[in-house]
Design a protein around this ligand. Structure first.
Ligand SMILES: Cc1cc2nc3c(=O)[nH]c(=O)nc-3n(C[C@H](O)[C@H](O)[C@H](O)COP(=O)(O)O)c2cc1C
Length: 706
């Protein structure tokens, strides 16, 4: 395949607007606006990066036409008043000056609003309990989850909102945007009207396909009247909604024809509604381009441009589907969060430099929009933290040693080297990667290798010295100006009879392939042997990944956890899909091999004793039970800070980062490492709260050093 991706970089017309290439940022609500929904510098900085990165069309994420009744996230942008126009204009200009075309997506969330909480209006009366959505209410401690009550809008309210959508589009046009998009996907208000699953009305806005389509078509008609016939209107909707009784591809093709006839300039075909969160936000399980068939189907019945999206990551794939006529444009959301320079890197023939999104949904969803915070990214520290947007050279160049080449260590090394420090990584194993290497064994986690591959590549390209198979305790570390310990976590071994008979999860998740691209060297350790019936004891990614890796290989897996529910802390959409798979099924739209023997989960239980062929389990009612098992796997992690403590006690200037400080997920390990890399030359120290700090006033720094 040619590396200049001709199909991707051929201009295309949407209405009378020419988009310079086929790369679209499909709408992404970064939830970073001001509290009233105004554009601010952080919103501009995020979108300007996308434009600088060569994205052809940038569709700014869900923006509300009516703050009073519906915000998809608490700090989404607002387009419901004229005083937002100047800010929106700054935003449009920041993208257009780099040659990008831009749109704003207008969205009313209906039942899925993040605010207000009560009396939420929707297309029909309904109770929504959608734990994967950003509109899901945080349940107050002590409250029981009951779902959010939404009520059917009156016809007057529907007409009022149609007008508000049109006025919002007019403001987008006044602000200088090139086009506007309507959000009819993912179960938000327009989708609620369009879908037989949510539209239970018997009036002119429901009952039949014509009735269900009246709401979006009237909005389009009103926009055309307000903005004139030449202002392109795009519509996003899901090709398949994936719930019984919802819309599937045949009706979506009919709808496409209706939109084209109404004068819509392009169709942006997405997937899912939040009742089926898997296909809506596709966690790691979903393969690249799994949703492309829907744009292909829609393209077969219309002649306006069609955009596809969902887990598009590589320019090779995107270029190919455009060439094959399956889509006209490639829509990327999370990929551009992870790397806004995707298009430029592809155009320059350097696709291997792209930091591919790993679909973890931790930074951009679980730890931000879902809990009413600004968007972050697990692998790109610059998202939401302007200090990483334009990394400055260090004033003083230091010699830094980083013990441990796991996530935190590698990211610290990368940022420190970018700042000009001379960095050496001392790694005890024969490869960099740390816990990331266990991902080879878990089908759903294959994408994590992309990040491992990318960061290893950066480390090699930045001239960082990597010393493998090194015992740092035996090294003379005093020759370094600063030392970071990123020695990772270790498996917790409980103090119970028979604990020595158990196997550690990290010894099980050793990739079985010899000399694969991530383990190219000799000397790879053998994985621990496991029997047919296996107990996995733990309840976080370590446990769920181990359970999945073994279940997919035909083992009978029993998961034991003291927690009240299965994996409460892992990303909820990933968990939802995993639960379906552990039950022996598959999530919607997923074609991965199902697990043959369902995983049995014992919650609120613990293990009292491990015997040769069984364990003694105790449940929440203190009932003891003997369960047969060939192998018991310990899958709880604790920090491995032994080396850090001993070096610090010897008086070495050393800071602890990543899992050896506290066991953390990929986002927190990456952020912690990035922070350390940034602060290295600022007199990095651990403050009284156990947090890495830097930039002390000189007089305080001198006092601290004495
Ligand atoms: C943080 C975040 C915000 C999103 N905001 C929107 C939005 O405002 N409007 C929308 O239509 N889709 C939104 N999406 C969905 C994406 O546009 C996209 O359809 C989905 O993430 C799958 O595609 P991807 O693999 O390219 O991310 C959002 C997704 C994420 C992760």
């Amino acid at each position: 395949m040619e590396k200049n991706f001709k199909n991707l970089f051929t201009p295309i017309k949407i209405g009378n607007m020419t988009v310079p290439n086929r790369v679209v940022q499909v709408p992404t609500d970064i939830s970073t606006g001001d509290s009233d929904g105004a554009v601010n510098d952080r919103v501009i900085a995020y979108h300007e990066e996308l434009a600088k990165g060569g994205t052809g069309l940038i569709i700014v994420g869900a923006s509300t036409p009516d703050r009073e009744t519906g915000r998809p996230t608490v700090t989404c942008l607002s387009v419901d008043a004229d005083f937002f126009i100047p800010g929106l204009h700054r935003l449009a200009h920041a993208m257009q000056k780099h040659g990008a075309k831009c749109a704003v997506q207008i969205q009313h969330p209906g039942r899925q609003a993040a605010y207000p909480r009560k009396n939420q209006m929707s297309c029909s009366d309904m109770i929504s309990d959608l734990p994967g959505s950003a509109g899901h209410e945080v349940i107050y401690a002590g409250d029981t989850a009951q779902g959010k009550i939404a009520r059917e809008m009156s016809v007057d309210e529907v007409y009022d909102l149609i007008e508000k959508f049109a006025e919002a589009a007019w403001r987008v046009q006044q602000a200088g945007f090139d086009c506007v998009e309507l959000h009819g996907a993912h179960g938000y208000l327009i989708a609620q009207f369009m879908s037989p699953y949510t539209n239970k009305r018997n009036d002119r806005f429901g009952a039949t396909l014509t009735g269900r389509m009246r709401f979006p078509l009237e909005i389009i008609d009103r926009i055309k009247r307000k903005c004139g016939p030449n202002f392109p209107i795009l519509v996003r909707y899901s090709g398949e909604e994936w719930m019984p009784g919802s819309r599937f591809i045949d009706e979506s093709k009919e709808i496409a024809k209706m939109f084209e006839a109404a004068g819509v300039a392009a169709l942006d075909i997405s997937a899912g509604i939040f009742d089926a969160p898997g296909p809506t936000m596709d966690p790691m399980y979903y393969e690249e381009g799994w949703n492309t068939y829907t744009s292909e189907a829609v393209k077969s019945v219309v002649s306006i441009p069609v955009i596809t999206s969902h887990t598009l990551r590589s320019p090779e794939y995107c270029d190919k589907i455009i060439g094959e006529g399956k889509t006209d444009m490639a829509g990327l959301s999370r990929q551009l969060i992870a790397d806004p320079y995707w298009a430029n890197k592809a155009k320059a023939g350097k696709p291997e430099e792209i930091r591919k999104c790993i679909s973890c949904l931790i930074g951009c969803w679980k730890e931000s929009l879902m809990i009413k915070r600004e968007m972050r990214c697990a692998i790109n520290p610059a998202v939401g933290d302007m200090r990483f947007l334009d990394i400055q050279s260090a004033k003083t160049q230091l010699k830094a040693a980083i013990i441990g080449g796991g996530i935190a260590g590698m990211e610290a090394a990368r940022i420190a080297a970018l700042r000009g420090h001379k960095v050496t990584i001392l790694e005890k194993d024969n490869e960099l990667g740390g816990i990331l290497r266990t991902c080879c064994m878990v089908p759903a986690k294959q994408k994590m290798k992309w990040y491992m591959d990318w960061i290893r590549r950066q480390i090699a390209g930045l001239g960082i010295e990597v010393r493998l198979n090194v015992d740092a305790a035996k090294e003379d570390l005093s020759k370094f100006d600063v030392v970071l310990a990123g020695t990772g976590g270790k498996t917790f071994v409980p103090d119970i009879p028979g604990a020595d008979k158990a196997v550690k999860f990290e010894d099980v998740l050793i990739c079985a392939r010899k000399n694969c691209e991530f383990w190219p060297k000799e000397g790879k350790p053998e994985a621990a042997k496991t029997g047919q019936k296996v107990i996995v004891w733990g309840n976080h990614y370590a446990a769920s990944d181990t359970a999945e890796a073994l279940a997919i290989r035909g083992r009978e897996v029993i998961l034991v956890t003291e927690d009240a529910e299965f994996c409460p802390d892992i990303e909820p959409i990933h968990r939802e899909v995993m639960k379906m798979r552990f039950a022996g099924g598959n999530a919607q739209g997923l074609e991965g091999t199902p697990i043959k023997i369902p995983v049995v989960i014992h919650t609120k239980s613990t293990i009292l004793e491990i015997k040769a062929d069984s364990v003694v389990l105790m449940d929440a009612n203190f009932r003891k039970e003997v369960i047969k098992a060939d192998t018991v796997i310990l899958a709880k992690q604790v920090p491995d800070d032994t080396l850090f403590n001993s070096l610090r006690d010897k008086g070495l200037k050393i800071q602890n980062i990543g899992d050896s400080r506290a066991v953390m997920n990929v986002r927190n390990a990456m952020t912690n490492g990035a922070e350390a890399g940034l602060l290295l030359d600022e007199g990095i120290f651990m403050n009284a709260n156990g947090i890495l700090s830097g930039g002390l006033p000189l007089d305080v720094e001198k006092q601290m050093a004495r």
